[in-house]
Design a protein around this ligand. Structure first.
Ligand code: OOG
Ligand code: MG
Length: 254
């Protein structure tokens, strides 16, 4: 018998809470059903007292598409429990097999939803920051199909946000490095994110609106990894370093 949307949501939520990997979903899911599983799993977090703080975009760069073998833009939901203070630490044991990737974050001052131009999207922004996303697939070996990863909140597990810059800042070609213990592990540019990160916000506005959850004032939108992600190990000091909008980082504890 096929598992229901709620069963799948419970399995993924349990895998997340217990940091234990599960098998990929065997039954075919439509994109709509996969997002319904994601929404149901996120509702369980909200029922435990977590608060929605925005959304993350995925597979908005060729580097990420190539690393994971998926070339469709996806999104996931962010909660306050996923926020890690810049300079703070995470406990590796709370994740299955976490990775980090360097991103650009937008913070909104006004609601945004539906079909918008890049100019309209930018007019809703009150801050732009360098960020790290901590991704952690709840599936064994970090292997998944498009619908698997969507159901699993697009692997979203944490975010670290650096200093906020003015929305007037030129982010068309920000040099972005991912460093571990001071060594450059990945290098890229904000241009890698759909040609310009604002295009990711345009997509976010469209997708969130289509899901009946338009972006709200105060929301954070992660534009997607500019480079491939790196696996986290105990003791690692992970940083996103940019040439023009600062840096952010965290440490991996046991
Ligand atoms: C899926 C999430 C992709 C990004 O920034 O492209 C993503 C994954 O790689 O596990 O967050
Ligand atoms: Mg990401």
């Amino acid at each position: 018998m096929n598992a229901t949307i709620n069963d799948l949501a419970e399995q993924l939520d349990d895998a997340m809470r217990h940091a234990t990997a599960i098998a990929q979903i065997t039954q075919p899911l439509s994109l709509e059903q996969a997002y319904a599983v994601q929404a149901a799993a996120f509702s369980r977090r909200l029922a435990r007292g977590e608060r929605r703080i925005g959304i993350k975009m995925g597979f908005t760069s060729l580097a990420k598409m190539a690393q994971m073998g998926i070339d469709e833009v996806i999104w996931g939901r962010l909660s306050d429990a996923m926020l890690v203070e810049s300079g703070g630490a995470i406990a590796l044991a709370r994740y299955v097999h976490p990775r980090a990737e360097p991103e650009i974050a937008f913070r909104l001052k006004t609601a945004l939803g539906g079909t918008v131009t890049p100019e309209e999207a930018l007019a809703a922004v009150d801050g732009i920051a360098p960020a790290l996303e901590i991704i952690d697939s709840r599936y064994m070996n970090f292997k998944f199909s498009l619908t698997d990863v969507i159901a699993d909140n697009s692997s979203s597990s944490g975010l670290v946000v650096g200093p906020w810059s003015s929305p007037a800042t030129d982010i068309s070609a920000v040099a972005i490095r991912l460093e571990v213990d001071g060594d450059v592990r990945e290098e890229g540019s904000s241009t890698a994110i759909l040609g310009h990160p604002i295009h990711s916000l345009v997509e976010a506005a469209r997708l969130a609106h289509a899901a009946g959850e338009p972006l709200l004032p105060g929301d954070i939108v992660l534009a997607g990894g500019a480079t491939a992600a790196v696996a986290l190990t105990v003791g690692a000091h992970v940083r996103v370093v940019t040439d023009t909008i600062g840096s952010a980082g965290f440490t991996v504890a046991e």
